[in-house]
Design a protein around this ligand. Sequence first.
Ligand code: NAD
Length: 491
Amino acid sequence: MTDRFTVRSPVTGAPVGEHPVHGPEDVRAAVGRARAAAHDWSACGWAGRRARLLAWKRSLARRMDELASLIRAETGKPRHDARAEVLLTLVHLDWAARNARRVLGRRRVPAGPLSVHQRALVGYRPLGVIGVIGPWNYPLYTPMGSIGYALAAGNAVVFKPSELTSGVGELLARSFADAVPDHPALLQTVTGHGPTGEALARSGVDKVAFTGSPGTARKVAAVCAERLTPMLAECGGKDAVLVDASADLDEAAEAIVWGALANAGQTCAGVERVYAVASVHAALCARIVHRVRALRPGPEPDSPYGPLILPTQLATVERHMKEALAAGAHAAYGGPASLRPPYVHPVVLVDVPEDSPAMREETFGPLVVVNAVADLDEAVARANAGAYALGAAVFTADRRRGLAVAERLASGAVSVNSVLGFAAVPSLPFGGSADSGHGRIHGAEGLRGFAAPHSLTVRRFRPPVDLTSFTAPRRRAERAVELGRRLHARW
Ligand code: NAD
């Protein structure tokens, strides 16, 4: 008999749902069904896939409340946040469905002077079956950044959601089967803990799209290395906001508070560090503290934010706060008494030494550090130091200066005068480097990441000089090579 596990509410501990623990055989069987489904999906063509994905999107939009209430039950997040998560998901699915043909469809490319006799074409073919392993913080939006784009690129998907949010994963697959009844095996969900994810990575899928912590990403990468299975890794962040002396401090404070506290700080590209130019540091801190004072996390549908979803995460937040305070930081707001499981009330720390865990490790809680810097150059250097490079933001009255600073930031995405501006723009690729992972979801790169380029040449006429023949006149070929050499020596 298959073992089962229970997903519990992080607020009350009450059971929300029970799910099977899928073992390697179950996972392999799902991948086998997906492979057959991928074949039919490919035969559907661009228009057929687009029509079915948009039908699924419309049905998800109609089922927004059902999805949002399950997201809320499994994560404890407020109703508005859960609904906004569904909306973001719809925006991306819509873009992927509508743009797949434009981005991936076969097109002509210049053949170049050496190959004027050739017609050159490039297209993208689906990889086959994609194994998606997801986290719990945005249980719909985050995995759909892979699932929606992988399906639009012509693949089938087997999805292993987090063990904390498996109900959302199951509902997603059910909703697909309801909306696309002729291809129900194209999106299947397998449930379980780490070993189920490992079984998926080992199952012979054609790519693994992993979202989670860098530690788990390393384990998944080691498994993928055994078969040379390609892997996309969307991992954590330690995002910095840079505040220039010219910035509108009210707007900056508003955005920082939301970016740091929304979803209880459990956002991979959430705001964890702020570097403000010294002349405005105190005024910015005052504005931030003024705003966080009004925010109380709780279980109500309209609370500003909910609990920490993973109970052990509280210990990380506590350690980061206590080590920073012990190293000489000051609490501008909150402190150890802010930890009231399962909630953490807002914490604002200032003057935190750069080598503290609160500056170097992902906190993933509603704690934000606001440090002073001499100028934006120092802010850039500090923002770029460290193991993560996911998102960042710059606040300044001078948008050109903001763009110039953004160019110097090493993260994968930067917002000028907002936070997380890039997350809701489906045409922008999203992802990071170093401990934040590699590869991109969203946008054209997000589609291409689930496809293999397929290059074609079609000979149009016999070339006057043929370099791919043993019988063509050798002297003519030698003259052509010499002519080419001379041209390249000058260009
Ligand atoms: P996690 O690494 O603990 O787990 C992620 C998934 O991996 C889960 O489904 C888990 O069951 C599975 N897993 C665990 N061990 C495994 C193994 N050995 N082999 C295969 N799969 C295994 O991460 P989490 O705690 O669920 O998520 C939080 C992390 O995700 C944070 O670091 C956050 O920053 C990151 N995140 C990143 C993004 C992004 O897009 N960059 C988005 C959301 C979350």
